[in-house]
Design a binder for this molecule. Structure first.
Ligand code: 4NP
Length: 166
């Protein structure tokens, strides 16, 4: 399979995108596919630069066996549009912000994460930052669905490319 470079993007990089990075890594590892990926996460804002994920996000992820405690928040940078193949926005606001930052030749790389879970019926992973623990669980349900869908799409693409000879 072709190696894919994925960047998960939310607003603060302490709740949704770190959970997405951790869950996607787990899903890919479970399928023995993590060697096909380089993944990272980042936020549109810089308020939490250098911080570990929100303790509620860490705890919610850990209940599903996903340890995100070692992650460190950072802001999206201009070079991310060259370095990554797909930038996965957690909601419409992140998508609009990424599109306004993206150079013309990288706009096609900006996608909604939930495009890979069409059955959930929404484009937005709701921001759990200002709510209770149930918001983190709901975000994780959406993130798990999109992670499985994304892995499946990329593996199918890789198989197609392999059949075409690269
Ligand atoms: P996230 O949640 O975008 O899922 O990391 C947020 C975290 C922090 C803030 C907003 C959203 N904040 O305004 O500090």
């Amino acid at each position: 399979m072709t190696r894919h470079r994925l960047l998960f993007v939310c607003l603060g990089n302490i709740c949704r995108s770190p959970m997405a990075e951790g869950v996607f890594r787990r899903v890919a590892e479970d399928e023995g596919a993590m060697h096909d990926f380089e993944i990272d996460s980042a936020g549109m804002g810089n308020w939490h630069e250098g911080q570990a994920p929100d303790t509620r996000a860490q705890a919610a992820a850990l209940t599903r066996g996903v340890d995100i405690s070692a992650q460190c928040a950072r802001q999206v940078r201009a070079e991310d549009f060259a370095r990554f193949d797909i930038l996965l926005a957690m909601d419409r606001s992140n998508h609009a912000d990424l599109m306004s930052l993206a150079p013309q030749d990288a706009r096609h790389k900006v996608r909604f994460f939930l495009d890979f879970a069409p059955h959930v019926g929404t484009k937005d992973v709701p921001d759990p930052f200002y709510g209770g623990n149930e918001g983190f669980d709901h975000a994780l349900d959406l993130i798990e669905a999109a992670s499985r869908g994304l892995l499946e799409v990329l593996r199918k693409d890789g198989a197609k490319q392999a059949r075409r000879g690269g």
